[in-house]
Design a protein around this ligand. Sequence first.
Ligand code: SF4
Ligand code: F3S
Ligand code: FES
Length: 237
Amino acid sequence: MEVTVRVQRYDPERDAKPHWAVYRVEVEPTDRVIDVLHKIKAEQDGSLAVRRSCLHGVCGSDALVINGRNRLACKTLVRDLGRTLTVAPLRGFRIIKDLVVDMRPFFQKYRAIMPYLVNDEPPPPHERLQSPEERARFDDTTKCILCAACTTACPVFWADSRYLGPAAIVQAHRFIFDSRDRAWRERLQLLSDDEGVWRCRKVFNCVEACPRHINVTKAIIEVQQALLTGSRGLPED
Ligand code: SF4
Ligand code: F3S
Ligand code: FES
């Protein structure tokens, strides 16, 4: 089948502002959007810039605005989009070129929430054990692939890019509710400032955007509750 693909193009060295380029491409209905973009790059315009790595929904590097919604290009099939595809870079980040945006501010926020386990107690002989129930407490937020689809779908972030954003809060949740972690109070404190977890207005765009089906808003609310009560609700607290 032939599809019409509108791609937002922008080369800061040549263009005053982004513009739309239109390509007609012969594809299979089971092709993914990333396959279509590769085809355009290989057969029509090698200068098209697009970021991707794993091609299997794991690395999080090819989140784009596809037909108006944030999705992974490697997980979105042409047959689910119809005969016209519209592809644009994520909103709210500086465009480096075409579909590639500057993710550095996003990862700065990720680093700010201490995204690692902290435990200074002497290690036991084998490993720091955890019950299945304790592990289940933060299972949902372990699935995050840091694609930024949630943060760049959030209107609070569009209005104020200083907002920490749902992705960083999801990552903080993963460690806050880990029974082995000893820095959860410190991490909660980091999330309580003006640009932190209280900025969320429960818009739920983040839940709809997440390709890993993480209940992002639930995670945000759980962090807010931990801040309000001063407890994670785990037995050892
Ligand atoms: Fe992507 Fe979901 Fe993680 Fe947000 S929570 S960065 S949408 S995987
Ligand atoms: Fe934004 Fe999600 Fe909250 S879209 S306002 S972070 S519920
Ligand atoms: Fe890795 Fe799509 S290329 S998630």
